[in-house]
Design a binder for this molecule. Structure first.
Ligand SMILES: [Zn+2]
Length: 131
């Protein structure tokens, strides 16, 4: 009967040229190592072996870890004018700043507020963001 051999690697990306570390026999070990190294992915290898322990097939599956890196990427910025309610969302802090500058230039005495939106955490206002 065929059987499966499974092992885990910690890796830093899903690209062809990635750094891999391992192998580990359990997912928990690989995850601990990934955290230590700041890697965001695990790679699960499955070797399907025949009765002579010859590898028949290799499968690998990437698993993204809910780490600090991915959290950073999922943060988006939202500006909202406290005076008229006009709002916009931005990927980069400088884009939010430009939007606020233009808005406050075009509408005198309007005050733009900045919010950070992190996945799973909701909105958080960033006070004094423009010095
Ligand atoms: Zn406004």
């Amino acid at each position: 009967m065929d059987y499966k051999e499974i092992f885990w690697m910690a890796c830093d990306s899903v690209e062809q040229l990635r750094a891999e570390y391992g192998p580990f026999h359990t997912r928990a070990e690989a995850e601990a190592e990934a955290h230590k190294l700041g890697f965001s992915y695990l790679l699960r290898y499955e070797h399907l072996l025949d009765k002579n322990e010859e590898i028949q097939e290799v499968r690998c599956i990437f698993i993204e870890l809910p780490g600090a890196k991915t959290e950073l990427l999922s943060v988006s910025l939202h500006t909202r004018c406290a005076t008229c309610g006009e709002s916009a969302s931005h990927d980069k802090p400088w884009q939010a700043e430009v939007w606020a500058d233009i808005h406050e230039f075009e509408h005198s005495r309007h005050k733009v507020r900045l919010f950070e939106h992190a996945r799973g955490k909701g909105l958080k206002e960033i006070g004094d963001w423009r010095g």
